[in-house]
Design a protein. Structure first.
Length: 301
């Protein structure tokens, strides 16, 4: 990508390269940054955000869980997203909103200041430079999901992604695309940046909320499946449930339904029939072919 988009930083629009902080900033040296990411989709000459309100609700929840406050209101952030994507003529991609303390934190651990805010339009060419694979391989990670009493796992906090980094690295070193972790309660949790679903005897199953991130894609898939009359269960999954699944897929904002073709040493149909149906239903949603979900899109420009 030659020309990077401009960035909204504390109410100023600046070049991508200038969106920097000091190495000793609290965000960097204490790992206190927070963020959220949602998809943006072009349609008939306009560009729409996918479930922006739900993502901003999650951002508010992150702030509450960490007792932090942004310098800007959610309304101001929405306006900034519209302005920034319009000015960049952003097409298909994502918008990433970051909250962080740019203040140096050599001694201070707790700061009173409100968080700085940066907003980045991220074109698909940046986050998916090699295109999209049809299916992936996955394994169990040796790293457990963080316990929610150590750090709130429902907060989209940068620090939580050190766990995600370790999981992904461990999986890649073993020759898999990604790893899934298990909580300290012994139940399957999620991937580094994705939720997990299995299909067993025609029932779509996914771990319940509480010890995983409240993925907006996960929620969308559950609602689309239910509206279609498909059988859905939010339920604790044992490792054995994963080993004996008929089908399996992961999901996140970037890729709505990503079939798993091999889990550990076991091959799976990818996509299996239920996964294929869900992928096609979700594809209809994000390509504006299913009017039932038109209120999931907010026009940006
Ligand atoms: C740990 C984790 N789980 C699940 C997801 C999927 O969430 P969403 O569908 O909102 O992108 C993410 C996304 O970044 C994540 O980091």
């Amino acid at each position: 990508m030659d020309q990077k988009p401009t960035v909204w930083l504390n109410n100023r629009i600046i070049p991508w390269e200038d969106a920097t902080v000091h190495v000793l900033s609290h965000g960097m040296s204490r790992g206190s940054g927070i963020f959220d990411v949602f998809g943006i989709h072009p349609h008939e000459g306009h560009v729409y955000a996918f479930r922006m309100d739900k993502h901003l609700e999650r951002l508010e929840n992150t702030l509450r869980l960490l007792d932090m406050e942004l310098k800007y209101s959610m309304e101001e952030i929405k306006e900034a997203v519209c302005k920034l994507t319009r000015e960049n003529k952003s097409g298909r991609g994502m918008v990433k909103i970051m909250g962080f303390w740019a203040e140096e934190a050599i001694v201070n651990l707790v700061l009173d200041a409100k968080l700085d805010v940066a907003i980045f339009p991220v074109p698909q060419a940046i986050y998916m430079p090699n295109g999209h694979h049809d299916s992936i391989t996955a394994c169990f990670s040796k790293w457990r999901k963080l316990h929610p009493e150590t750090i709130p796992v429902q907060a989209k906090a940068c620090a939580n992604y050190l766990n995600g980094y370790l999981m992904r690295k461990d999986a890649m070193q073993r020759g898999f695309d990604l790893g899934l972790n298990v909580g300290t309660d012994g139940f399957v949790a999620e991937g580094s940046v994705e939720s997990v679903f299995i299909v067993k005897d025609g029932v779509i199953k996914t771990p319940p909320l509480g010890r995983i991130l409240a993925s907006v894609t996960r929620d969308s898939i559950l609602r689309v499946a239910e509206n279609e009359g498909m059988s859905v269960q939010e339920t604790h999954l044992e490792k054995e449930d994963i080993y004996t699944a008929d089908e399996m897929f992961t999901c996140h904002t970037g890729i709505k339904v990503e079939p798993v073709r091999r889990f550990e040493d076991r091959d799976l149909p990818a996509p299996g029939p239920v996964t294929a149906k869900l992928a096609s239903l979700m594809d209809n949603v994000i390509t504006f072919k299913d009017d039932r979900y038109s209120d999931w899109f907010q026009k940006l420009y």
